[in-house]
Structures are given as structure tokens and as C-alpha cells.
Design a protein around this ligand. Structure first.
Ligand code: APR
Ligand code: ZN
Length: 259
């Protein structure tokens, strides 16, 4: 198999085979092969919707604004039927082999957990679309609970206090969950390999995390279709589909481990 592999995939496999505490840092590009559009590729979400819709201020500005935001979420993320792809499964394989130190993700789709990575190993910097929170009484609901209302184009309200329900995701203008961010930064600095998969690394503070690993002399791999600001500092950069690359590299790594 290895003579068939381009040199970057063999090098990624060698680095994975040698690592014990791998952090995988993912962005929307890891889920495009599951049918969920990313943000900044041609045809991505920002080519159909104004990022302004994704701001806390806008969401809180009026009922009409909330109606538009729920509609955007219903037409993009709240697909419910998206399934993990080869990249998610390869990352779970790292967990199954005991060398995954965590997944730090900007994604809100929950596909890493669906692939079998335990919740306490997934650090969701931007929250998760599977829950909604009442801004008045703090109650949490599964998004499934309000799905019918969403598809009837109603604006969901809290069953308990009629308060405003907000997706349990981080909008622009909101702080990231501090406990999650802190743990993600700690793990990025204390892992022995950091692999970026499918992110443009263009939104902060999330995009700082792979740099914290670099500052701690952690080897860095970037698997992404387009350039990022850290490409020049990475040990390996490979352009191509996340699913195919991760699948081949992880399979080759564990063949090496066994040989
Ligand atoms: N394989 C590899 N790379 C891919 C694939 C794929 N199948 N599909 C897309 N990509 C790459 C794109 O080239 C792009 O560089 O994934 C990257 C996705 O970048 P963005 O769309 O900017 O998504 P992300 O980096 O996750 O954005 C971060 O921005 O809008 C906010 O909150 C939102 O969490 C999001 C954050
Ligand atoms: Zn309430």
C-alpha cells in the first residue's frame, strides 16, 4: 500500500504511528462530505446568507430577525440526517486505538460524537446545534423537541415560560464557552501531534489554537483544500479531500504500528 501512497500521506501515517496524544482540530471542511456546506468555499453558507444573520445582536433585535435566523439554520445545519463520513470515522479510529487526546471542533453538527468519539473527548468551541436554551429561564431542550415548529416556520418559544429560545451555538459577538476554550488550549499545548482537518483558520479565537500547539513545539499537520495562515509553519500540508486522506493515512499508520 505504502508505495501507492503519495509521500505526504506516508509522512502523516508515520507521524500518527509515533504519536500517543493526538489532537484533531476540525472545521466545516470535515463535514462537507456529509452534505453540510462549509462557510467560505464557493457555494458555502456565506454565499447564500449574510454573516450578520449569525450575530447575537441581530438575533436579539426582533421577532422577525429570529424568524430569519431559524429559517437559515433550518435550511443549513438543522439537516438532522447528515451522517459521519470517512474523516469522522478515521478520527474515531484514533480514539479506538487509544492515541486520541481530543477533538477540538468549530463545528456544531455533532458528527464526531455520532462517529463514536465520546462527548467528553469533543471540545465544541462554537456549541452544538442539537440543543436550544431558553434565554429567560435557562432551560435546555433538544432541538428535536422544536423541530416540528421549525418546519412549520413558527418562532419557537419556551414551553415553561414562553421565553426566547436560542440555538445552543456561539453567535458572532458572543464569547466562546470559557471552560471549553481553556481545556482546548491546554490540550493543544500538551498533545504530541496536532492535525488540522477542513478549516480555513480564519475565525478567532478558535484559529489561535493550532498556533498554541506550534508555540509548544508540537508537530503540525494541515489537511485542507485551500491555504491557511499556518501552512508555512506546518510539518506537512496536504491539499485534498479530508475523508480520503484521513482514511488512507490512519489505515497506513496502524499497518505500520502492527509491522
Ligand atoms: N476536504 C478538505 N478540505 C475541505 C473540504 C474537504 N472535503 N471541504 C472544504 N474544505 C476546506 C475549505 O477549503 C476551507 O478552507 O475547509 C475549509 C472550511 O473553511 P470555512 O468554511 O471557513 O469553515 P471553518 O474554518 O470551520 O470556519 C470557522 O467560521 O463562520 C464561522 O462559526 C463559523 O465555525 C465557523 C468558523
Ligand atoms: Zn423558559
Amino acid at each position: 500500500m505504502s508505495e501507492m501512497e503519495p509521500k505526504e500521506i506516508s509522512e502523516i501515517a508515520r507521524m500518527i504511528a509515533q504519536a500517543q496524544r493526538i489532537i484533531v482540530f476540525t472545521g466545516a471542511g470535515v463535514s462537507t462530505e456529509s452534505g453540510i456546506p462549509d462557510f467560505r468555499s464557493p457555494g458555502g453558507i456565506w454565499s447564500s446568507y449574510d454573516p450578520e444573520l449569525f450575530s447575537y445582536q441581530y438575533f436579539m433585535s426582533s421577532q422577525l430577525a429570529r424568524k430569519k435566523v431559524w429559517e437559515m439554520l433550518r435550511n443549513t445545519f438543522f439537516t438532522f440526517q447528515a451522517k459521519p463520513n470517512l474523516a469522522h470515522m478515521a478520527i474515531e479510529e484514533l480514539f479506538a486505538h487509544g492515541c486520541l487526546y481530543g477533538v477540538i471542533t468549530q463545528n456544531i453538527d455533532g458528527l464526531h460524537q455520532d462517529a463514536g468519539v465520546p462527548d467528553d473527548m469533543v471540545f465544541e468551541l462554537h456549541g452544538n446545534m442539537r440543543r436550544v436554551i431558553c434565554l429567560d429561564c435557562g432551560r435546555l431542550y433538544e432541538t428535536e423537541h422544536i423541530k416540528d415548529k421549525l418546519f412549520k416556520e413558527e418562532i419557537p418559544q419556551c414551553d415553561h415560560c414562553r421565553g426566547i429560545l436560542k440555538p445552543y451555538i456561539v453567535f458572532f459577538g458572543e464569547l466562546l464557552p470559557s471552560n471549553v476554550l481553556e481545556e482546548a488550549c491546554f490540550r493543544a499545548q500538551n498533545c504530541d501531534l496536532l492535525i488540522v482537518v477542513g478549516s480555513s483558520l480564519s475565525v478567532y479565537p478558535a484559529a489561535n489554537i493550532p498556533r498554541y500547539a506550534l508555540d509548544a513545539q508540537v508537530p503540525l499537520i494541515i489537511i485542507n483544500m485551500t491555504p491557511t495562515y499556518l501552512d508555512a509553519y506546518a510539518d506537512v500540508v496536504i491539499r485534498g479531500k479530508a475523508g480520503e486522506i484521513m482514511d488512507r493515512a490512519v489505515k497506513l499508520a496502524f499497518q505500520k504500528k502492527l509491522s
